[in-house]
Design a protein around this ligand. Structure first.
Ligand SMILES: O=C(CO)[C@H](O)[C@H](O)COP(=O)(O)O
Ligand SMILES: [Fe+2]
Length: 217
């Protein structure tokens, strides 16, 4: 069970210090948005390169951008351990996943809430993680969409014994993480839940404990 907090709701003027507040995180989830794939703009490659220099923690880059085929490899070259791109945006997802792995990164495929996992079933052997959006991408602090839970179960079923992580992203909190874990998710993005907590690192550990306990049922 991995907790990968999103820095979307952290203080962007103090990113290094904000990341240092969550030493027990399993990775730092960085949301890259481009005003094209989603109606929001965040940060891009230069900031990711600066983050890379400021921390040894695993970087989990979530690209919500148009044309990831063109831009995603640079994030692997910048030293990100995991690069996620959206299937709705990629022109050649298998070629891109292979390129990311060739560059030494984990390759990960993201699906919007309305995108079916069965539509990408044949590509699952090419990736290290599937990110299932549990809100419409673009903003932090949105309400978790329960309608994604059957897709988490279906993804687990399709993956079988394969060692592919299932990450959920959007509205994950102490209220919703157990449902995700019971359905088969093993990697959890939490943005506002972590950074609105008085003690973000304690929240990371609390979320992990809830996920572990839910899975043991
Ligand atoms: O990809 C994202 C939004 O598109 C973010 O990772 C996600 O929304 C995290 O924030 P929160 O936990 O507040 O929902
Ligand atoms: Fe994200």
């Amino acid at each position: 069970m991995r907790i990968t907090p999103s820095i979307l709701n952290a203080d962007f003027a103090n990113l290094g210090a904000e990341i240092a507040r969550i030493p027990d995180a399993d990775a730092i989830h960085v949301d890259v948005m481009d005003y094209r794939f989603v109606p929001n703009l965040t940060i891009g490659l230069p900031v990711v390169e600066a983050i890379r220099k400021s921390t040894q923690q695993m970087l989990d880059i979530h690209l919500m951008i148009a044309d990831p085929d063109r831009w995603a490899p640079s994030y692997a070259e910048a030293g990100a351990e995991s690069v996620t791109f959206h299937v709705e945006a990629a022109k050649a997802p298998i070629r891109l996943a292979r390129e990311l792995r060739r560059l030494g990164a984990r390759a990960s495929l993201a699906l919007n809430p309305a995108t079916s996992i069965d539509s990408v079933a044949d590509a699952l052997g090419e990736v290290d993680m599937v990110l299932l959006m549990t809100v419409e991408p673009g903003f932090g602090g949105q309400k978790f969409l329960d309608l994604v839970l059957p897709k988490i179960r279906r993804t687990r079923e399709l993956l079988g014994e394969r060692d592919v992580w299932i990450q959920v992203d959007g509205g994950v909190s102490v209220e919703t993480i157990e449902r995700c874990a019971e359905a088969g998710a093993d990697t959890f993005v939490a943005g506002s839940a972590v950074y609105s907590a008085d003690n973000p690192n304690a929240m990371v550990n609390r979320l992990r404990e809830l996920a572990v306990a839910a899975c043991a049922h």
